[in-house]
Design a protein around this ligand. Structure first.
Ligand code: GDP
Ligand code: MG
Ligand code: K
Length: 281
């Protein structure tokens, strides 16, 4: 049968292990996958006509290069190419959790989102138009309460739909970083694009964004390219221009733009609960 490799990605304490245990608990076979400094649990089980290979990755707030967990998750995604990234988010802490999501969007991978702790959101009396949010983010979102198992079957069904390219919400979107950053991304992307070997593995737009962030892991990947000097020079010119214009480093500029995107999306989809309103007054 066909196998779908699914990697669980999300902030610490968002419910990844609960999801993993609930999804695999009643089923057969649990194995182990060992990383360099952090371990990831792996389980293989059947769902409908597929074998699902589910990997519980360490929790991270971001996928850059600042902690061993971040590097592990990042390298796992870029080197092992899981078929689907299952992004688990804590629905009671959406703004922060969605930051990691914006990085997944940049990476241009197939994502399904479990809107976990949905019971907490409901308790607060808050509502989220998660279908519309899924439309804005470019993948399906399914409410779950992982600790009780609620929604898990539905998530597994959506994973199959997205894998088979049969989900209408699953599409590649770009976060719009604004005129100046977008112009820089285009310039750097043009210098990366001719390198087929690398663009088969990584989205050129993702690599361009990372070069503009001065990301050393990306530089390491690209140094082997025949025109690396041109790529690096173009990126540095763009960085110098942006930092002069914005009086901030490019990482901060891009992070701020990501939060702008998140706030915009939540403004259209999230209604604060009664409990939160009371706390505000
Ligand atoms: P991880 O760090 O992402 O692996 O998160 P865990 O699965 O360890 O969960 C963190 C805590 O949240 C645990 O105490 C879980 O029992 C709890 N938890 C997980 N999912 C839910 C949920 O959907 N609702 C509620 N209320 N608690 C949850
Ligand atoms: Mg865990
Ligand atoms: K997508």
């Amino acid at each position: 049968t066909n196998t779908i490799e699914v990697a669980l990605v999300g902030n610490p304490n968002c419910g990844k292990t609960s999801f993993f245990n609930r999804a695999t608990g009643l089923r057969e076979h649990v194995g182990n996958y060992s990383g360099v400094t952090v371990d990831a649990k792996e389980a293989v089980f059947k769902h409908r006509d597929y074998t699902i290979n589910l990997i519980d990755l360490p929790g991270t707030y971001s996928i850059t290069e600042y902690t061993p967990e971040e590097i592990f998750v990042r390298t796992y995604i870029t080197d092992r190419h899981p078929d689907i990234v299952l992004n688990i988010v804590d629905a009671s802490n959406l703004e922060r959790n969605l930051f990691l999501t914006t990085q997944l969007i940049d990476m241009n991978i197939k994502v399904v989102m479990a809107l976990n702790m949905y019971d907490e959101l409901a308790k607060e009396g808050a509502t989220l138009d998660y279908q519309y949010l899924g439309k804005l983010l470019g993948f399906p979102i399914i409410p779950t309460t992982a600790c009780s198992g609620r929604g898990i079957e539905g998530v597994l069904d959506k994973i199959i739909e997205v894998f088979e390219d049969k989900n209408e919400l699953s599409r590649h979107i770009h976060i719009n970083y604004g005129t100046d950053i977008e112009a820089a991304i285009d310039k750097v992307k043009e210098t990366i694009a001719p390198n087929k070997a690398i663009t088969d593995k990584f989205a050129p737009r993702y690599l361009a964004i990372k070069m503009i962030e001065n990301d050393s892991l990306t530089k390491k990947i690209l140094t082997q390219l025949p025109n690396y000097k041109q790529i690096e020079e173009t990126a540095q010119k763009c960085i110098a221009f942006l930092e002069k214009e914005y009086k901030e480093d490019t990482c901060t500029i891009i992070t701020n733009a990501k939060y702008g995107f998140i706030r915009g999306a939540l403004k259209e989809t999230y209604i604060v609960g009664d409990r939160d309103k009371r706390q505000l007054t």
